[in-house]
Each structure stands twice: as structure tokens, then as C-alpha cells.
Write a protein that binds this ligand. Structure first.
Ligand code: LMR
Length: 331
């Protein structure tokens, strides 16, 4: 009887994921956007490469579009180990205890794609990942998704146009602050709930990138979109450190390689994906696109400037000093 029990226990070890020498390692990768977006494609690319480089020893299950968890739940699930990999927007990192990521949401912080890229590949990106380590989370990569547009059912051209309108924001207090600077009323809401909230008038408007507008059909329920590029959307691919450090070193090496290549791929397609999405939105005829004049942009920047002063109390001086130094911006 004892021998039988021992044999049964050994057999069980071989089929429990993540346990035993021959067991397949399963990585559940949950995210909230459609497959047909830069992040969606990046996650699928990682799956393809990770499974190939480990000869199937690792299986990556990608759950897109909030099918497994919504924004807040997925962060909790990662901490509990119910999922192993996420790529949330860095605007959603305060619940992990790292508010400093929100500095990246400062309006007009990144001049262009190049400035963004340099910041995340350089000391700013590395410094933020170091902050995560103390929370039991390991940052593997930054994935780009370009600049935000902003929309409502009326043209948003001057700061006064925002007055009294309710806008959905994804989580960052910095975004909360700049919408308030414009006289609007921001409201945090899970990404999966935005379309319905716009459709039913729970909120009047939102901000996001073209690929997210198109794949979630936000443009179908917003009459006017301003291609303002006022803030940037980026993701940090993160894993539970205990899980990651517990992987056999040879497997982790292959996964690092897969992640590096999936990151290059995602960052190389992000700009074009958003350009194409914007073109499709324009052609759909379901909304009107607006572009700011230099004078209008200057008015927005002036109106949102108090956010910079306010940010010190939220994210701290250290990260602001680092960003100021690296990006040559005035805080
Ligand atoms: C949002 O909630 O608006 C975005 O963070 C969604 C995403 O992951 O792109």
C-alpha cells in the first residue's frame, strides 16, 4: 500500500504544472487589450518564441481582452501567483506600491517617439524596475503603444471645452490631475467597461491610443477625437519574482531571449499599428478627427502645467529629478 501511494505521488508530480523534472511549465499571460494591437501581438510573439526556444518545455497561455481578469484583478492575481505574466500600462502601477511610474504620465513629457525610447531603455526605465523588485515583482521589458488622443461628443480644442465633462482614466493620479486642471471630472474605470460607459453616457469622454480606440470601437461612440498626443501609453511586462527566479536557469535564459525578441518586435510595430488604426478610424466616417494648432497646444500646456508642481507630492522629487536630467525637461 505504501509503495503504491509513493508511486501515485511520483506520478502526480510529473503532471502538476511547474513541478517535477519533466513537467511542462505553464505561463499564464493575461492582458486587457485585443489581440490585434501592439501589446496583443507582442504577447503572441512571446508565446511563439518562448515555446520554440524551450522546445515546448514552456507553454504560454495568452488571455487577451480581459477574458481572465480586469485591470485591478490581474495585478492581484500576479501577486497571488494565479497568473505569471502581465503587461499593464505603467499608469496602473500604484496598487503595486510604486507610484513613481506615474511620472511617465506627465503631459507632454516625451517630445517624440525617440525621447520616449531613450528614456525607457536608459536610466529612467532601469530605476523604475529597481523600485519594483522590493515588491516581489520583476520587470522584464517596456512595450510601447504611442501617444494618447482624447475624445468626447463635442470638439475638444480649447481648455474651456473640457469644463464639466466626465472622462474615464485608467488609474494614474497624474492623469486625474491634468484632467482636473482642464476643468474636467476624471473617473477611474476598468478598460473593459469603457465602451459601454461611453455609449450610455456614464462618462462623456476618454483618452487612449488609436489602436485601442479602433479595436474597442470607442470611435463609434465618440463624435469628436482630438489627435492631441498629450500623454504617452507604455506597458511594463512583469512577472512574479518568486516564480521567475524559481525557473531552471537554462529555461529562464531561453525565456529572456524570447522576451528580448518579442520586445523588439512590439516596439518596432507600435508606431505603424497606431498610424494604420488612425487611418481606419478616419475612413470609417463614424467620428471627426481634430488636430491642435500650435496656439491651441500652447493653451493646453499652460492649463496642465500645475500638474508638474503637484506631481512632486505624488511621485516624489527623486524620479522627477532623474527624468528632468535624462530628458532635458523642466519640472
Ligand atoms: C487603458 O486602460 O486605457 C489601457 O491601459 C489599456 C491598455 O492596456 O492598453
Amino acid at each position: 500500500m505504501r509503495q503504491w501511494l509513493l508511486a501515485a505521488a511520483c506520478a502526480a508530480l510529473l503532471v502538476i504544472p511547474g513541478v517535477g523534472a519533466h513537467a511542462q511549465i505553464v505561463i499564464k499571460f493575461s492582458h486587457v487589450v485585443a489581440n490585434d494591437t501592439p501589446k496583443g501581438k507582442g504577447a503572441l510573439k512571446f508565446k511563439e518564441l518562448a515555446e520554440k526556444y524551450t522546445n515546448g518545455k514552456v507553454k504560454v497561455e495568452v488571455y487577451p481582452n480581459s477574458t481572465l481578469y480586469k485591470d485591478k484583478e490581474e495585478i492581484e492575481a500576479l501577486q497571488l501567483g494565479s497568473v505569471q505574466m502581465l503587461a499593464p500600462s505603467t499608469a496602473k502601477f500604484a496598487p503595486l506600491g510604486v507610484k513613481e511610474f506615474e511620472a511617465l504620465d506627465l503631459p507632454w513629457l516625451f517630445k517624440d517617439d525617440k525621447t520616449y525610447d531613450e528614456a525607457m531603455k536608459g536610466p529612467v526605465g532601469q530605476w523604475l524596475f529597481k523600485k519594483l523588485e522590493t515588491k516581489g515583482i520583476t520587470g522584464l521589458a517596456y512595450w510601447d503603444n504611442g501617444f494618447h488622443m482624447v475624445s468626447a461628443n463635442k470638439p475638444l480644442l480649447n481648455p474651456a471645452d473640457f469644463k464639466g465633462l466626465k472622462f474615464r482614466i485608467s488609474g494614474s493620479k497624474i492623469a486625474d490631475r491634468y484632467f482636473r486642471d482642464l476643468g474636467a471630472i476624471p473617473q477611474i474605470m476598468a478598460f473593459s467597461e469603457v465602451y459601454q460607459a461611453l455609449q450610455t453616457g456614464v462618462v462623456d469622454g476618454c483618452e487612449n491610443t488609436p489602436s485601442n480606440y479602433l479595436t474597442q470601437k470607442f470611435h463609434e461612440v465618440q463624435k469628436d477625437i482630438t489627435v492631441s498626443n498629450h500623454a504617452h501609453l507604455q506597458y511594463a511586462v512583469i512577472v512574479n519574482s518568486k516564480f521567475w527566479n524559481g525557473l531552471p536557469p537554462d529555461i529562464r535564459k531561453e525565456l529572456d531571449k524570447a522576451m528580448a525578441e518579442a520586445t523588439d518586435y512590439t516596439n518596432s510595430i507600435a508606431a505603424q499599428e497606431n498610424k494604420d488604426a488612425l487611418e481606419t478610424i478616419k475612413k470609417s466616417g463614424k467620428t471627426t478627427l481634430h488636430y491642435l494648432t500650435d496656439a491651441q497646444r500652447a493653451e493646453w500646456q499652460k492649463a496642465m502645467r500645475p500638474t508638474y508642481t503637484w506631481a512632486k507630492g505624488r511621485v516624489g522629487q527623486e524620479v522627477l529629478d532623474l527624468i528632468a536630467k535624462e530628458l532635458h525637461v523642466q519640472m
